[in-house]
Design a protein around this ligand. Structure first.
Ligand code: DHB
Ligand code: FE
Length: 276
């Protein structure tokens, strides 16, 4: 573990710690927190650590607010939280491409395509789109599916073409229920809240000279779109899929049944180039 010292300068640490501590003391006073409740909170946090759910707990209840305060002034496509399921080292593919998938990948085929541009409207050839999602059964590869069964399933780093266009063949994701078996799920249940996120596609879009874009595209019509447990939905990130049932179109794509398309352009603010 790196020490707190390497992440905070001391005045900032004092400012944040003192206010957090004062806020919690106010909270204890104003709600007349009992010894029993105090010990329940301690036991809960202990279990969160023990079960490895610290990232999940923070992502569910706090990350969307961190995203809002850090990105309110930004231009281009709206940002959304990274969540806990990004994986480095994904296979690099060139657009157009098919993401890694299983022989009998469940659900319907989806062609996700668009253009990556800068806020001045210029296309960004060679932009990198890191792409990941849950499958049609709501499972993320490597997290909900053992890695050796489906390496990098429905994940890829996709390089946009010379016109900044990308086209990714994938499979329509389903809504995602966050793990219910641990303390985070138990807390949601005790609160009487559901644990669902609307179906979404994750993307981290990068181009030299532009600011990185971390975002999610949400599928219009999903039943959880207005009650995301993580609170990360932004209206401009909700997009509708088109269904294609025409036999000629289906065979032209080399498919066996109806498929969907989703078109979404990513717009990146011009800015400082990130160190590699
Ligand atoms: C969270 C984010 C996700 O994208 C997801 O699929 C599950 C959970 C989160 O922020 O907790
Ligand atoms: Fe997700």
């Amino acid at each position: 573990m790196s020490s707190a010292k390497s992440h905070f300068d001391q005045p900032r640490l004092n400012e944040l710690f003192d206010d957090l501590n004062a806020t919690l003391k106010d909270f204890i006073r104003s709600h007349q927190v009992t010894y029993k409740e105090f010990h329940q909170a301690l036991a809960f946090l202990g279990e969160v650590g023990e079960k490895g759910e610290t990232p999940l707990l923070f992502d569910v209840f706090l990350e969307s607010t961190v995203d809002l305060v850090n990105n309110s002034e930004r231009g281009g496509t709206a940002t959304a939280v990274e969540g806990p399921f990004y994986l480095p080292g994904m296979p690099e593919l060139k657009s157009p491409c098919v993401v890694p998938h299983r022989a009998n990948e469940p659900g319907d085929v989806l062609f996700f395509s668009g253009t990556v541009r800068a806020t001045d409207g210029k296309a960004l050839p060679g932009a990198m789109v890191d792409f990941w999602q849950a499958d049609a059964e709501g499972a993320y590869s490597h997290f909900n599916i053992p890695q050796e069964k489906a390496p990098f399933n429905l994940r890829a780093r996709v390089k946009a073409d010379d016109h900044g266009r990308f086209e990714i063949q994938t499979w329509v994701p389903s809504s995602y229920e966050i793990p219910k078996g641990g303390p985070t799920g138990a807390l949601l249940k005790a609160l009487g809240r559901h644990a669902w996120r609307p179906a979404h596609l994750h993307a981290l879009v990068q181009h030299p000279g532009c600011e990185d874009l971390m975002t999610q595209i949400f599928l219009q019509g999903d039943q959880w779109i207005d009650s995301d447990v993580v609170g990360a939905v932004k209206e401009s990130l909700v997009a509708g899929m088109q269904k294609h049932e025409d036999a000629a179109e289906i065979s032209k794509r080399g498919l066996k049944g109806p498929f969907y398309t989703l078109e979404f352009d990513f717009v990146l603010p011009r800015g400082m180039q990130k160190a590699a």
